[in-house]
Design a protein around this ligand. Structure first.
Ligand code: HEM
Length: 231
């Protein structure tokens, strides 16, 4: 077995951590979008509040899950920074369209060249987003009753946020950047994990595009829809 230190300091090891943490985050984002789609049900927010309440009912287990999620995000960010610095140092000139990698074409595109910056903006968005909803809810959320049980009215918070066109614009922009990041990230993760036989390239590219497109459209649709139903 490769010692942990070597795995984390070698390029292959770092890319492995980057890929696994990236895939875990994509899974979180898919689950997050599916849960948030309950915002579209015209029931005054009951389904969404129930969904959020189910998580709150997990008690300590929820904090453990959140800590796990935070660790994966931090791992992904830290290794992203390390890999970017390493790439810059090892290349005397900047990315050039003709660079070829051992495993085939390195697939340089505006998506791949801007992974650091797209990741940076997504990071900023997540910090703002978590403060805006997850942390603010502890201090400002009202309560509402569902089937005789008192629950946090997270729906009212989300609705109020998306009545503001500036906030809607921030979410739409962040979702587009997320789509760009995932478009290349998925492909890159598959390549790092060795799941890229030449005959699979097109298929994996198509799956990456599909995942990125569906997630971006889903996250754009929610704030836009909630904005227009309040006009
Ligand atoms: C329309 C778009 C979105 C809506 C309406 C939304 C809604 C929410 C809400 C209401 C919470 C607080 C949940 C709770 O306290 O129970 C939350 C947490 C969170 N969201 Fe989003 N979100 C959106 C997009 C995103 C995107 C695009 C990302 C990631 C790129 C993201 C990442 C997170 C994270 C990391 C948390 C903290 C999870 C936790 O600590 O439990 N969200 N979101």
């Amino acid at each position: 077995m490769i010692p942990l230190k070597r795995a984390l300091t070698s390029t292959v090891g770092r890319k492995f951590v980057m890929s696994i943490s990236g895939i875990a985050l994509v899974l979180f984002v898919i689950v997050h979008l599916l849960g948030n789609l309950t915002l579209l049900i015209p029931d005054g927010g009951e389904a969404f509040n129930k969904y959020a309440h189910n998580f709150e009912s997990l008690g300590v287990a929820l904090y453990v899950i959140e800590l796990g999620l935070l660790s994966v995000i931090l791992l992904h960010v830290a290794f992203g920074i390390i890999i970017t610095l390493q790439n810059r140092r090892s290349r005397s000139k900047k990315y050039d369209e003709h660079i070829q990698t051992k495993g085939g074409p390195s697939n340089l595109s505006p998506f791949s060249k801007n992974m650091f910056w797209s990741g940076f903006f997504i990071g900023l968005f997540i910090i703002g987003h978590v403060i805006h909803f997850r942390i603010a809810k502890i201090f400002t959320a009202e309560k509402t009753m569902i089937n005789g049980e008192e629950v946090t009215d997270l729906y009212a918070m989300v609705l109020e946020a998306f009545a503001d066109p500036v906030i809607v614009a921030v979410y739409v922009t962040a979702s587009l950047i997320l789509g760009f990041h995932l478009r290349h990230g998925f492909w890159s993760a598959m390549q790092s994990l060795g799941a890229m036989k030449p005959q699979w390239t097109k298929g994996i590219y198509a799956i990456g595009f599909f995942v990125a497109f569906v997630l971006a459209i889903g996250f754009i649709a929610l704030p836009v829809f909630l904005f227009f139903i309040q006009l």
